[in-house]
Design a protein around this ligand. Structure first.
Ligand SMILES: NC(=O)c1ccc[n+]([C@@H]2O[C@H](COP(=O)([O-])OP(=O)(O)OC[C@H]3O[C@@H](n4cnc5c(N)ncnc54)[C@H](OP(=O)(O)O)[C@@H]3O)[C@@H](O)[C@H]2O)c1
Length: 303
Protein backbone atom coordinates (compact mmCIF):
# COMPACT_ATOMS: atom_id res chain seq x y z
CA UNK A 1 0.00 0.00 0.00
CA UNK A 2 1.10 3.60 -0.58
CA UNK A 3 0.36 5.13 2.82
CA UNK A 4 0.08 8.83 3.61
CA UNK A 5 1.36 9.32 7.19
CA UNK A 6 0.93 12.57 9.10
CA UNK A 7 3.32 13.29 11.99
CA UNK A 8 6.13 11.54 10.10
CA UNK A 9 8.88 13.20 12.17
CA UNK A 10 7.39 12.32 15.55
CA UNK A 11 8.06 9.74 18.24
CA UNK A 12 5.50 7.14 17.10
CA UNK A 13 6.54 7.53 13.47
CA UNK A 14 10.15 6.73 14.38
CA UNK A 15 9.00 3.13 14.81
CA UNK A 16 5.91 3.08 12.60
CA UNK A 17 7.74 4.07 9.40
CA UNK A 18 10.18 1.10 9.66
CA UNK A 19 7.29 -1.16 10.71
CA UNK A 20 5.25 -0.27 7.61
CA UNK A 21 8.19 -0.38 5.21
CA UNK A 22 9.23 -3.73 6.68
CA UNK A 23 5.77 -5.07 5.84
CA UNK A 24 6.11 -3.95 2.20
CA UNK A 25 4.24 -0.64 2.29
CA UNK A 26 5.48 2.66 0.87
CA UNK A 27 5.24 5.63 3.23
CA UNK A 28 4.68 9.25 2.19
CA UNK A 29 5.13 11.35 5.32
CA UNK A 30 3.70 14.81 6.02
CA UNK A 31 6.52 17.07 7.23
CA UNK A 32 6.65 20.83 7.80
CA UNK A 33 10.40 21.53 7.87
CA UNK A 34 13.63 20.40 6.22
CA UNK A 35 14.72 18.94 9.54
CA UNK A 36 11.54 16.86 9.80
CA UNK A 37 11.94 15.80 6.16
CA UNK A 38 15.48 14.58 6.84
CA UNK A 39 14.24 12.55 9.82
CA UNK A 40 11.44 10.84 7.88
CA UNK A 41 13.67 10.24 4.84
CA UNK A 42 16.37 8.68 6.99
CA UNK A 43 13.78 6.08 7.99
CA UNK A 44 12.92 5.34 4.37
CA UNK A 45 9.83 7.50 3.85
CA UNK A 46 9.10 9.82 0.95
CA UNK A 47 7.93 13.23 2.10
CA UNK A 48 5.04 15.59 1.42
CA UNK A 49 5.85 19.11 2.58
CA UNK A 50 2.98 20.85 4.35
CA UNK A 51 1.25 21.83 7.54
CA UNK A 52 -1.87 20.37 9.15
CA UNK A 53 -3.54 23.71 8.42
CA UNK A 54 -2.93 23.31 4.66
CA UNK A 55 -6.21 21.47 4.12
CA UNK A 56 -6.00 21.43 0.30
CA UNK A 57 -2.57 19.82 0.53
CA UNK A 58 -3.84 17.21 2.99
CA UNK A 59 -6.79 16.35 0.77
CA UNK A 60 -4.57 15.98 -2.31
CA UNK A 61 -2.06 13.74 -0.51
CA UNK A 62 -4.83 11.58 0.99
CA UNK A 63 -6.56 11.15 -2.37
CA UNK A 64 -3.32 9.95 -3.98
CA UNK A 65 -2.71 7.32 -1.26
CA UNK A 66 -4.09 3.80 -0.81
CA UNK A 67 -4.54 4.48 2.90
CA UNK A 68 -3.89 7.14 5.55
CA UNK A 69 -2.51 6.99 9.09
CA UNK A 70 -2.94 10.20 11.07
CA UNK A 71 -0.44 10.77 13.90
CA UNK A 72 0.25 14.50 13.79
CA UNK A 73 -0.88 16.54 16.76
CA UNK A 74 0.43 19.95 17.75
CA UNK A 75 1.74 19.12 21.23
CA UNK A 76 3.72 22.37 21.34
CA UNK A 77 0.46 24.28 21.01
CA UNK A 78 -1.11 22.06 23.71
CA UNK A 79 1.73 22.49 26.19
CA UNK A 80 1.79 26.22 25.43
CA UNK A 81 -1.79 26.47 26.72
CA UNK A 82 -3.71 26.41 23.41
CA UNK A 83 -5.32 22.96 23.67
CA UNK A 84 -8.42 24.27 21.91
CA UNK A 85 -6.39 25.39 18.89
CA UNK A 86 -4.50 22.09 18.68
CA UNK A 87 -7.73 20.09 18.98
CA UNK A 88 -9.50 22.25 16.39
CA UNK A 89 -6.66 21.83 13.88
CA UNK A 90 -6.73 18.07 14.45
CA UNK A 91 -10.49 17.90 13.86
CA UNK A 92 -10.27 19.98 10.67
CA UNK A 93 -7.48 17.72 9.39
CA UNK A 94 -9.39 14.47 9.96
CA UNK A 95 -12.53 15.92 8.40
CA UNK A 96 -10.54 16.96 5.34
CA UNK A 97 -8.77 13.62 4.99
CA UNK A 98 -12.10 11.84 5.53
CA UNK A 99 -13.81 13.83 2.78
CA UNK A 100 -10.96 12.95 0.40
CA UNK A 101 -11.33 9.24 1.17
CA UNK A 102 -15.15 9.03 1.23
CA UNK A 103 -16.52 6.35 -1.11
CA UNK A 104 -13.08 4.83 -1.74
CA UNK A 105 -13.13 1.81 0.62
CA UNK A 106 -9.58 2.80 1.66
CA UNK A 107 -8.31 2.49 5.25
CA UNK A 108 -7.98 5.56 7.46
CA UNK A 109 -6.41 5.07 10.89
CA UNK A 110 -6.85 7.95 13.32
CA UNK A 111 -5.33 8.47 16.76
CA UNK A 112 -6.75 9.25 20.17
CA UNK A 113 -5.34 9.22 23.69
CA UNK A 114 -6.94 7.07 26.40
CA UNK A 115 -6.19 9.84 28.89
CA UNK A 116 -8.49 12.30 27.15
CA UNK A 117 -11.39 9.93 27.64
CA UNK A 118 -10.71 9.72 31.39
CA UNK A 119 -10.38 13.50 31.55
CA UNK A 120 -13.71 13.84 29.76
CA UNK A 121 -15.34 12.04 32.67
CA UNK A 122 -15.14 8.32 31.92
CA UNK A 123 -14.42 6.28 35.06
CA UNK A 124 -13.48 2.63 35.38
CA UNK A 125 -11.66 0.32 32.99
CA UNK A 126 -11.80 1.75 29.48
CA UNK A 127 -12.80 -0.87 26.89
CA UNK A 128 -12.94 -0.62 23.11
CA UNK A 129 -16.74 -0.37 23.09
CA UNK A 130 -16.76 2.83 25.18
CA UNK A 131 -17.42 5.99 23.23
CA UNK A 132 -18.30 9.44 24.47
CA UNK A 133 -20.54 11.96 22.75
CA UNK A 134 -17.86 14.63 22.47
CA UNK A 135 -14.89 16.44 23.96
CA UNK A 136 -11.32 17.40 23.09
CA UNK A 137 -9.93 14.80 20.61
CA UNK A 138 -13.06 12.70 21.13
CA UNK A 139 -14.79 14.76 18.43
CA UNK A 140 -11.98 13.83 16.02
CA UNK A 141 -12.23 10.16 17.00
CA UNK A 142 -15.98 10.25 16.37
CA UNK A 143 -15.48 12.04 13.04
CA UNK A 144 -13.04 9.35 11.87
CA UNK A 145 -15.28 6.48 12.94
CA UNK A 146 -18.36 8.04 11.32
CA UNK A 147 -16.56 7.64 7.97
CA UNK A 148 -17.33 3.91 8.23
CA UNK A 149 -20.78 4.94 6.99
CA UNK A 150 -19.20 6.54 3.89
CA UNK A 151 -17.28 3.51 2.64
CA UNK A 152 -14.02 4.31 4.40
CA UNK A 153 -12.40 1.49 6.40
CA UNK A 154 -12.01 3.87 9.30
CA UNK A 155 -10.53 2.95 12.68
CA UNK A 156 -8.93 4.79 15.60
CA UNK A 157 -5.95 3.66 17.64
CA UNK A 158 -6.13 4.82 21.25
CA UNK A 159 -2.74 5.22 22.92
CA UNK A 160 -1.93 5.28 26.63
CA UNK A 161 0.01 8.21 28.16
CA UNK A 162 3.29 6.27 28.15
CA UNK A 163 4.40 4.97 24.76
CA UNK A 164 8.07 4.18 25.35
CA UNK A 165 11.03 3.49 23.09
CA UNK A 166 13.71 5.22 20.97
CA UNK A 167 14.61 7.41 23.95
CA UNK A 168 11.07 8.72 24.51
CA UNK A 169 8.42 7.83 27.08
CA UNK A 170 5.37 9.89 26.04
CA UNK A 171 4.12 11.90 29.01
CA UNK A 172 6.56 10.04 31.28
CA UNK A 173 9.34 12.01 29.51
CA UNK A 174 7.68 15.13 30.91
CA UNK A 175 7.64 13.61 34.41
CA UNK A 176 11.36 12.82 34.09
CA UNK A 177 12.19 16.43 33.10
CA UNK A 178 10.05 17.77 35.96
CA UNK A 179 11.74 15.43 38.47
CA UNK A 180 15.20 16.56 37.28
CA UNK A 181 14.25 20.21 37.64
CA UNK A 182 12.51 19.80 41.02
CA UNK A 183 15.12 17.48 42.54
CA UNK A 184 12.46 14.92 43.47
CA UNK A 185 10.10 12.58 41.63
CA UNK A 186 6.53 13.40 42.52
CA UNK A 187 3.11 11.77 42.47
CA UNK A 188 -0.21 13.07 43.70
CA UNK A 189 -1.95 11.90 46.86
CA UNK A 190 -1.34 8.21 47.50
CA UNK A 191 -0.15 7.71 43.91
CA UNK A 192 -2.45 4.73 43.39
CA UNK A 193 -3.96 6.17 40.21
CA UNK A 194 -2.84 4.37 37.06
CA UNK A 195 -1.49 5.04 33.56
CA UNK A 196 -1.36 2.44 30.78
CA UNK A 197 1.82 1.90 28.80
CA UNK A 198 3.03 0.32 25.58
CA UNK A 199 6.40 -0.13 23.93
CA UNK A 200 6.80 1.82 20.69
CA UNK A 201 7.33 -1.30 18.55
CA UNK A 202 4.15 -2.88 19.93
CA UNK A 203 2.16 0.32 19.37
CA UNK A 204 3.50 0.49 15.81
CA UNK A 205 2.43 -3.07 15.14
CA UNK A 206 -1.09 -2.20 16.28
CA UNK A 207 -1.19 0.70 13.78
CA UNK A 208 0.03 -1.53 10.94
CA UNK A 209 -2.51 -4.23 11.77
CA UNK A 210 -5.25 -1.58 11.91
CA UNK A 211 -4.18 -0.25 8.51
CA UNK A 212 -4.17 -3.71 6.98
CA UNK A 213 -7.19 -5.33 8.54
CA UNK A 214 -9.20 -3.36 11.12
CA UNK A 215 -12.95 -3.55 10.68
CA UNK A 216 -14.56 -0.27 9.63
CA UNK A 217 -15.67 1.63 12.71
CA UNK A 218 -13.36 -0.10 15.20
CA UNK A 219 -11.55 1.36 18.19
CA UNK A 220 -8.17 -0.22 18.84
CA UNK A 221 -6.44 -0.14 22.19
CA UNK A 222 -2.67 -0.27 21.68
CA UNK A 223 -2.22 -0.65 25.42
CA UNK A 224 0.09 -3.45 26.55
CA UNK A 225 0.08 -2.67 30.28
CA UNK A 226 -3.40 -1.96 31.57
CA UNK A 227 -2.42 0.38 34.40
CA UNK A 228 0.75 1.14 36.36
CA UNK A 229 0.44 3.04 39.63
CA UNK A 230 1.84 6.58 39.39
CA UNK A 231 3.74 6.01 42.63
CA UNK A 232 5.61 3.09 41.00
CA UNK A 233 6.45 5.25 37.98
CA UNK A 234 7.67 8.08 40.24
CA UNK A 235 9.73 5.72 42.40
CA UNK A 236 11.45 4.29 39.32
CA UNK A 237 12.20 7.78 37.99
CA UNK A 238 13.53 8.82 41.42
CA UNK A 239 15.70 5.72 41.63
CA UNK A 240 17.19 6.27 38.15
CA UNK A 241 17.80 9.99 38.64
CA UNK A 242 19.14 9.53 42.17
CA UNK A 243 16.53 11.86 43.68
CA UNK A 244 13.94 11.19 46.40
CA UNK A 245 10.35 10.30 45.60
CA UNK A 246 7.70 12.41 47.30
CA UNK A 247 3.95 12.92 47.39
CA UNK A 248 2.89 16.30 45.99
CA UNK A 249 -0.16 17.99 47.50
CA UNK A 250 -3.13 19.02 45.37
CA UNK A 251 -2.32 22.68 46.17
CA UNK A 252 1.22 22.31 44.75
CA UNK A 253 0.24 20.16 41.76
CA UNK A 254 -0.15 22.89 39.14
CA UNK A 255 3.18 24.50 40.08
CA UNK A 256 4.93 21.13 39.92
CA UNK A 257 3.27 19.49 36.90
CA UNK A 258 2.08 22.42 34.74
CA UNK A 259 -0.06 21.29 31.79
CA UNK A 260 0.41 17.65 32.87
CA UNK A 261 -1.51 18.23 36.14
CA UNK A 262 -4.86 16.80 34.97
CA UNK A 263 -3.09 13.75 33.52
CA UNK A 264 -1.07 13.15 36.70
CA UNK A 265 -4.34 13.29 38.66
CA UNK A 266 -6.35 10.88 36.50
CA UNK A 267 -6.90 7.15 36.95
CA UNK A 268 -6.82 5.62 33.45
CA UNK A 269 -6.89 1.79 33.46
CA UNK A 270 -7.48 0.31 30.00
CA UNK A 271 -8.39 -3.11 28.65
CA UNK A 272 -7.09 -4.24 25.24
CA UNK A 273 -8.80 -7.62 25.19
CA UNK A 274 -10.94 -6.97 22.14
CA UNK A 275 -7.94 -5.54 20.22
CA UNK A 276 -5.88 -8.67 20.95
CA UNK A 277 -8.75 -10.95 19.89
CA UNK A 278 -9.84 -9.14 16.74
CA UNK A 279 -6.46 -7.98 15.36
CA UNK A 280 -4.30 -10.78 16.78
CA UNK A 281 -2.19 -8.08 18.46
CA UNK A 282 0.24 -9.62 20.94
CA UNK A 283 2.57 -7.07 22.57
CA UNK A 284 5.93 -8.63 23.33
CA UNK A 285 8.35 -5.90 24.38
CA UNK A 286 9.44 -5.21 27.99
CA UNK A 287 7.16 -3.00 30.07
CA UNK A 288 7.57 0.64 31.13
CA UNK A 289 9.28 0.04 34.48
CA UNK A 290 11.78 -2.38 32.91
CA UNK A 291 12.44 0.13 30.10
CA UNK A 292 13.10 2.92 32.61
CA UNK A 293 15.31 0.67 34.73
CA UNK A 294 17.48 -0.34 31.76
CA UNK A 295 17.76 3.04 29.96
CA UNK A 296 21.48 3.96 29.91
CA UNK A 297 20.62 7.64 29.34
CA UNK A 298 18.68 7.93 32.61
CA UNK A 299 21.45 8.80 35.02
CA UNK A 300 21.66 10.80 38.24
CA UNK A 301 21.73 14.55 37.61
CA UNK A 302 25.00 16.30 38.53
CA UNK A 303 24.60 18.19 41.83
N1 LIG B 1 3.90 9.15 22.42
C1 LIG B 1 2.93 8.88 23.28
O1 LIG B 1 3.19 8.34 24.38
C2 LIG B 1 1.49 9.19 22.97
C3 LIG B 1 0.53 8.89 23.95
C4 LIG B 1 -0.81 9.16 23.69
C5 LIG B 1 -1.17 9.69 22.47
N2 LIG B 1 -0.21 9.98 21.54
C6 LIG B 1 -0.66 10.53 20.25
O2 LIG B 1 -0.02 9.87 19.17
C7 LIG B 1 0.20 10.78 18.09
C8 LIG B 1 1.67 10.80 17.74
O3 LIG B 1 2.39 11.14 18.91
P1 LIG B 1 3.97 11.37 18.93
O4 LIG B 1 4.40 10.97 20.30
O5 LIG B 1 4.59 10.79 17.74
O6 LIG B 1 4.00 12.96 18.86
P2 LIG B 1 5.26 13.91 18.60
O7 LIG B 1 6.54 13.19 18.80
O8 LIG B 1 5.00 15.16 19.38
O9 LIG B 1 5.14 14.23 17.06
C9 LIG B 1 4.10 15.03 16.58
C10 LIG B 1 4.19 15.06 15.07
O10 LIG B 1 3.14 15.91 14.58
C11 LIG B 1 3.76 16.88 13.73
N3 LIG B 1 3.00 18.14 13.80
C12 LIG B 1 2.67 18.85 14.89
N4 LIG B 1 1.99 19.94 14.52
C13 LIG B 1 1.92 19.93 13.16
C14 LIG B 1 1.36 20.79 12.20
N5 LIG B 1 0.71 21.93 12.56
N6 LIG B 1 1.46 20.45 10.90
C15 LIG B 1 2.10 19.32 10.51
N7 LIG B 1 2.66 18.45 11.38
C16 LIG B 1 2.57 18.77 12.69
C17 LIG B 1 5.16 17.07 14.30
O11 LIG B 1 5.98 17.69 13.33
P3 LIG B 1 7.31 18.54 13.77
O12 LIG B 1 8.40 17.51 13.90
O13 LIG B 1 7.52 19.44 12.63
O14 LIG B 1 6.99 19.24 15.06
C18 LIG B 1 5.52 15.62 14.55
O15 LIG B 1 5.84 14.95 13.36
C19 LIG B 1 -0.33 12.13 18.60
O16 LIG B 1 -1.66 12.27 18.20
C20 LIG B 1 -0.25 11.98 20.10
O17 LIG B 1 -1.10 12.84 20.81
C21 LIG B 1 1.10 9.75 21.77
Amino acid sequence: MRVFLTGASGHIASALIPEMIGAGHTVVGLVRSDQAAAKAESLGAEVHLGDLSDLDGLAAAAAKADGVVHLAFDHQRQSGGDLEGAVGADLAAVQTIGAALAGSGKPFVGTNATGGIALAGFQGVLTEDVSLAGGPRIDAENAVLALAGQDVRASVVRLPPAVHGNGGYGFVSGLIEIARAAGSAGYLGEGGNRWGATALEDASRAYRLALESARAGSRIHAVAEAGIAMRDIAETIGHRLGVPTAAVTAEDAATRFGFLTPFVSMDNPVSSRSTRETLGWAPSRPGLIAALESDPLLTPSPR
